[in-house]
Design a protein around this ligand. Structure first.
Ligand code: HEC
Length: 424
């Protein structure tokens, strides 16, 4: 009890002190230029995708390539559609791995630059070219590679969302230490998510028993699990590849690979990492023309540590939040993220920001759907929509990644965080 309250306070302190430096560093130049002020931002937050032969429609590697897009760039960064990163920076825990989002000052700098006519400035101010990681290579040495079926993406077609389930060939329980998804052709794979299908009888459309494995995202390396933790791959599980393919004006046949580094048979980690669908709301009832909120709950019977959050809804989903309800009844909003079905982003907390919670904590998932004409993603605002697994049905759950802690570990972690805060 006492610990839970203490923890709620601690999380608040950690969050508050974290926010200060960002807010204090207010730096928007009066006359920003491309080479001096904009290029460094693009190198960090845009070029990983916006370069030749990659997923984004245009390259932002040079001034010449960027200039025609200036207006559009201002619009997309101001509404926080670009870079694709939809966590609400004003709510809950901040501090994520692979975070390329822009802060308020960077957005204001880009806006001012565009309003001033997008001047180039002095090429001598340009930063050295960014060292961008080459894709299409393994950054781990996989013991097992599971390959998706060949898929042909026509030259001209609407986007394709769909799943393939294939055998893994893994016949004993094994603990995964590192995992990577390697897209065959970066230009057509908008995203690829992989899951372990543990139920041998489960039909293609039923993912409720799946365990989330990995997300293919541009600029993301392999997931290497910290020492002492590992993810269980159950014997004879199959692998689900869940794709979003898009056409690029030429026909492309592609095949994506999932590579895993496995611990030896019989190995037992100190902590098993879980990643499951939790907090599915009961009956979804989304009347035409309305914005709705549905609530789902999942009780955690052991103390634990949250490592990641990934909202999951379909076309009508616009926002999802994750709250912790402590056994005392105190609540704490951990994260809120706007949702866009085009992007499936896993928000992994930085190690020292991962929320810890006591036994008996309930995860509360709040899902918002917008069934009005105003929602651009809405295929049909005239119809009632309910739950289901077809694309036109809706869903409302979160993929939650966590590991359980012993009571001693939980207490020790609280102590460690408390002294870290005291020393600030
Ligand atoms: C993770 C990859 C990724 C990153 C990072 C990214 N983009 Fe994009 N961007 C895309 C993709 C893919 C599209 C195509 C539309 C879509 O799928 O949403 C796009 C579309 C755009 C568009 C609209 C183009 C059009 O057709 O009108 C603009 C403007 C844009 N991005 C600017 C940026 C800027 C500026 C940044 C950095 C601050 C950035 N993007 C970071 C992948 C990315």
């Amino acid at each position: 009890m006492r610990n839970a309250r203490l923890h709620a306070v601690l999380l608040a302190i950690v969050t508050a002190t974290w926010m200060l430096p960002a807010a204090a560093a207010a730096e928007v130049p009066d006359a920003p230029t491309f080479h001096k002020d904009i290029e460094p931002i693009f190198q960090r937050s845009c070029q990983v995708c916006h370069r030749p032969n990659n997923m984004a429609p245009m390259s932002l590697m040079s001034y010449q390539e960027t200039r025609p897009w200036a207006r559009s760039i201002k619009n997309k960064v101001e509404v926080r559609e670009m870079p694709p990163w939809h966590i609400d920076p004003k709510v809950g825990v901040q501090g994520f791995k692979n975070d390329r989002s822009l802060n308020e000052d960077e957005i204001a700098t880009i806006a001012k630059w565009v309003d001033n006519g997008a001047p180039r400035g002095n090429p001598e101010d340009a930063p050295p070219p960014a060292e961008l990681q080459e894709f299409g290579a393994w950054t781990i040495e996989p013991d097992v590679i599971v390959t998706s079926p060949l898929h042909t993406v026509p030259a001209e077609a609407g986007d394709w969302w769909g799943d393939y389930v294939v055998p893994s060939g893994i016949t004993e329980d094994r603990y995964i230490q590192a995992i990577q998804t390697k897209a065959g052709d970066l230009r057509v794979v908008h995203h690829a998510l992989t899951y372990a299908v543990t139920d041998p009888e489960a039909p293609l459309s039923d993912s409720s028993g799946d365990a989330f494995l990995n997300e293919y995202a541009v600029g993301k390396n392999a997931d290497v699990y910290p020492e002492g933790t590992a993810r269980l791959f159950e014997a004879d599980s199959r692998v689900r590849f869940s794709f979003h393919y898009h056409s690029i004006g030429e026909e492309v046949t592609e095949q994506t690979e999932l590579g895993m580094v496995l611990n030896p048979v019989g190995f037992e980690p100190d902590h098993i990492l879980y990643s499951r669908q939790l907090g599915q709301a009961g009956e979804l009832d989304i009347p035409a023309g309305q914005v709705t909120r549905h609530d789902g709950y999942a009780k955690m019977y052991l103390p634990g540590r949250l490592t990641g959050f990934q909202p999951h809804m379909h076309f009508l989903g616009t926002r999802q939040c994750l709250e912790l309800i402590y056994p005392t009844g105190a609540t704490e909003m951990v994260s809120c993220a706007n949702f866009d079905f085009s992007w499936h982003i896993v928000y992994n907390y930085e190690d020292d920001k991962q929320p810890v919670y006591p036994a008996g904590t309930t995860l509360h998932v709040l899902s918002y759907h917008d069934n009005t004409e105003g929602n651009r993603g809405n295929p049909d605002a005239k119809n009632w929509t309910g739950g289901g697994s077809r694309g036109v049905d809706e869903m409302a759950f979160a993929w939650i990644s966590w590991y359980d802690l012993s009571e001693e570990e939980y207490a020790a972690e609280l102590e460690a965080r408390k002294s870290a805060t005291d020393n600030d």
